[in-house]
Design a protein around this ligand. Structure first.
Ligand code: PXP
Length: 256
């Protein structure tokens, strides 16, 4: 059981707002420093093929200026691999990416794309980055991660969050949560470190944070959106507090 659940704050959408005007404000590196001060354990940034939010120079500055670990989300392409090998981020999370999608839709097909992914996982590991694969909560994908030599998986929480929005108490919501729980347990049995993320909010984070074998959550869009109403510092602190509370309560329930 991981007592401290790490929070990786994804700053992509600070860059989205900056890019809307093409200038320098708001600066994602400033947001990253603020996130660290508010309780983030790491910063996550997705350098997309079309550079729609984070730019190459953001990655350069984040690598040079951050005091907390950087998790670079990247597609399995030669261009992204070259960039990752140049910067050697603390962590690299391989995600599926199609140019036309609005966000990362669905997990990576680690099982089907095994031969293609092997080179990326091995090269990033040799460069010293902690490699994770962003996958659906599915046993076949977990086993593929093991055979690829990835030490970490990140479970896609999108389906759970969407089901929760439709009906927080509904069958589909319960099913999605149970799938996450089982996959996180199986990941631990397979010796994988388990992370989770995508679409998490103040309302959905607790149930995921309560899963004891999850070591890290990566959260972005909601935190940046919520910052409009209460500030970035306050949205991160509240998320952090909800995560810690859920983890502590789950721990006490198990030991009772
Ligand atoms: N984890 C991964 C691998 C992602 O691709 C994303 C979205 O970029 C997130 C976490 C964060 O999702 P959200 O911005 O919806 O919190």
């Amino acid at each position: 059981m991981n007592r401290h659940l790490r929070l990786g704050v994804n700053i992509d959408h600070v860059a989205t707002i900056r890019n809307a005007r093409g200038g320098l404000h708001p600066d994602p590196v400033r947001a990253a420093r603020l996130a660290a001060a508010a309780g983030a354990d790491g910063i996550t940034a997705h350098l997309r093929e079309d550079r729609r939010h984070i730019s190459d120079s953001d990655i350069e500055r984040l690598t040079a200026e951050l005091d907390i670990p950087l998790n670079l989300e990247m597609a399995a392409t030669e261009e992204m691999l070259d960039i990752a090998l140049r910067h050697r981020p603390h962590a690299a999370c391989i995600v599926p990416e199609r140019r036309e999608e609005r966000t990362t839709e669905g997990g990576l097909d680690a099982a089907g794309g095994h031969n293609h992914l092997q080179h990326f996982v091995s090269s990033l590991r040799e460069a010293g980055s902690r490699v994770s694969l962003f996958i659906e909560a599915d046993g076949e994908q977990l086993r593929a991660a093991v055979s690829l030599g990835a030490p970490v998986v990140e479970l896609h929480t999108g389906a759970y969050c969407e089901a929760f929005l439709e009906d927080p108490e509904g069958e589909r919501t319960k099913q999605c949560l149970e799938q996450l729980r089982q996959a996180a347990e199986q990941a631990a049995e397979l010796g994988l470190e388990c992370h989770a993320g995508h679409g998490l909010t103040f309302d959905t984070v607790g149930a995921v944070a309560a899963i004891p074998t999850i070591a890290e959550l990566n959260i972005g869009h909601f935190l940046v959106g919520e910052a409009i109403f209460g500030g970035f510092d306050s949205s991160i602190r509240r998320m952090r507090a909800l995560m810690d509370k859920a983890r502590a309560e789950a721990g006490s329930a198990r030991s009772a």
